[in-house]
Structures are given as C-alpha cells and as structure tokens.
Design a protein around this ligand. Sequence first.
Ligand code: CP3
Length: 354
Amino acid sequence: MVHGAAPGHGSIQGVTSDFLAACRREPTSRTPVWFMRQAGRSLPEYRKVRAGTAMLDACATPELVIEVTLQPVRRHHVDAAIFFSDIVVPLRAVGVDVEIKPGVGPVIAKPIRQASDLDGLRALTAEDVPYITEAVTGLVRELGDVPLIGFAGAPFTLASYLVEGGPSKHHEKTKALMRSEPALWHALCDRLADISLEFLRVQVGAGASAVQLFDSWAGALSRADYLEFVAPHSTKILRGLGDSGVPRIHFGVGTGHMLKDFADAGADVVGVDWRTPLDVASRQLGPQIAVQGNLDPALLFASPEVVEREVTRILDEGRDAPGHIFNLGHGVLPDTDPDVITRVVDLVHERSAR
Ligand code: CP3
C-alpha cells in the first residue's frame, strides 16, 4: 500500500476517495489533486529506472509501469495515480510502426494519407495488450485506496500523429485530409475510436477506477469542425464506457470555445486549461459536470509567492463548481522542480480542508 487516502466519500467497493467523490459531484473532505504527466521526467527516480529502456518498451514492461506509476504517489501524496503508458501504445499493439523519440514525441514510420493506409489499423483486443492487464491489476493491488486513472488518446489527437507522421504545430495535413476527404477521415476516426474504447475497457476491466480521454490538440479546431468531424467519434468512446460506471474525464488544451461540447460527448468531468477561469468554465458546463484544472504548468517555475497566489485563486474559482479536481492546465513540464509539485499538493490540501 502506498498511503491511505484522506477520509472522504465517493465510495466504490468500500473504498473512499475524495478524487472519485469530486468526479461524482459528491462532498469531499478537501479538494483532490493529481497532475497530468506526474509520472515522468520531472522525477530523478523516474530517470533512474527508465535509463536504457525505450519509452514504448517501458510501457510494455509491467514491473516498470507499476514502479513509475507509484513514484509520484509516494513522493507527492497526490489523490490519484495516472497509469504510466502513452496514447500511442494501443497503436503499436495493433502493428503501427511508431516510436517515441526523446524530446520529440511519437514518430510514425508510414503516415496515413490514403484509404489503403487504413489496412494497417486493425481492431484492438485484450489479447494484444496482456502487459496492460497485468500492470493495471498489479497497480490496483499496490495502490490500495488511491484510485488509478486509466487513459487513452481521442481520435483527433491520435489522427494528428498518424497523418502528420509526428508532432505538429499547425496540424495542416490532418486538417487538409479531414476537409478534403471526409469519408476517409471518418473511417480513420471510427477505427481510432474503437481502438481507444477497447484500450480503456481493458484498463477498467483490470481495475482502473476512472478514465481520462486526452484530446490534447482538438483546441486547434473551430467549434464547427470539432462538432462535425471529431465529436461523434469521441462520443462513441465516452458513451461506450457509460455502462462501466467509472467517471469519465475529457481533456483538451485551448478548448475554451467548446467546453460544453466536450461535456456533451459523454463526460462526467471536463479538464480545463489555464486560459479559462474555472468559474467561467463551470457556468458554461452547468450543474451536472465537474471541472478539473487548471494551474499553468509554466507557473511552477515562478516564485513561491506566485505559486501560492495561483493555487488560492484556482481553489476560489473552483469552489462553486459541482465538483473540482485540482490539476495543471496541461502536463508537468520536464524541468519542473519536483519539490514545487509536492508543495502545490500540500497547499491544495491545506487551503481546501473543510
Ligand atoms: O504521467 C502521466 O501523465 C502518465 C503517462 C502519460 C505519458 N503520456 C507518458 C509519457 C500520459 C497520460 C501520456 C499521454 C500523452 N502522450 C498525450 C496526451 C497528454 C498531453 O500531454 O497532451 C500525448 C499528446 C502524448 C504523446 C507524447 N508522448 C508526447 C507529446 C510525448 C513527449 C515527447 C517529449 O519527450 O517531449 C510523449 C512521450 C512521453 N509520454 C513521455 C512520458 C513520460 C516522455 C518520454 C520519456 O520520458 O522518455
């Protein structure tokens, strides 16, 4: 066991968690907090265990996945663990030639440009990812009453890597394909939705108690394009998990112009980046949706006074939301001082204790 969760609500199978309570818009003893990319390069203990192992090989090694997932829980006492994996893991599992280049991101050997390229994108089954089942099962045992968040990439963000061939600033090939060849685009996204849905089902089946769908790059789209070309596919994933009973978090960066659409896709919680204050976001989202966020990850590099002021402001702005899970507005940056992250966790817990 890592450490006991604070007394709270959100009880599943006799386990209490402020994180799950906030997801379900139930009362909490204090505001729960975790960080996107909390497991990873900001931690020296991560760099130590990862040395000499390629990222995607690490993701297929359960003992390594378990250790790296637990590291930030031990160090920072966050209220939830995020499964150590990557959004491209299920793509590799169905045979896509993808590699994660350090400091760059996912790189695809044969980008998708035409209908015949879809042949390489078959359906995912649980048998393709036995190491995921094994890692999640082991983690749930180790974590005790700290919930594990499973995750997957949403179709737009995955499609961007597959079509561009790697990380992209403007997503120009992706947007061009989406608008010029809508039938191919929808066929691609439909396959990606099936793959991500199955990847999440495997994690939930093995014991993950919440899921987050990452559509990190969807904010690059206009609202109209999001609704026509992306929302139906993300909806298939989130609604597809409706009967699982686990809270569904839907996150994107720069999505202030379509937060309600992110909720309507079938989310219980919407992740908000630092550009939109949580009270503004929550007014748009209404009483049925909890919010997650939204400290600017760059401000973890500012003075302690600034960090403290921002944490207090965000707790204040989140106070009237039907549920608030404290997080960053995007992932932890690699050079972040881990002690600052620990301090933020302590501040959130101290300042929100009821
Ligand atoms: O700590 C966690 O949040 C859990 C693990 C996690 C990783 N990737 C590990 C990782 C999660 C949730 C992801 C999701 C992910 N991967 C997203 C969505 C979230 C987001 O940040 O927007 C995206 C877009 C990817 C694709 C990807 N993989 C990128 C852009 C990178 C960074 C490239 C770099 O080196 O700067 C990766 C690699 C990656 N995924 C690392 C980690 C810890 C770094 C690899 C390393 O340590 O060598």
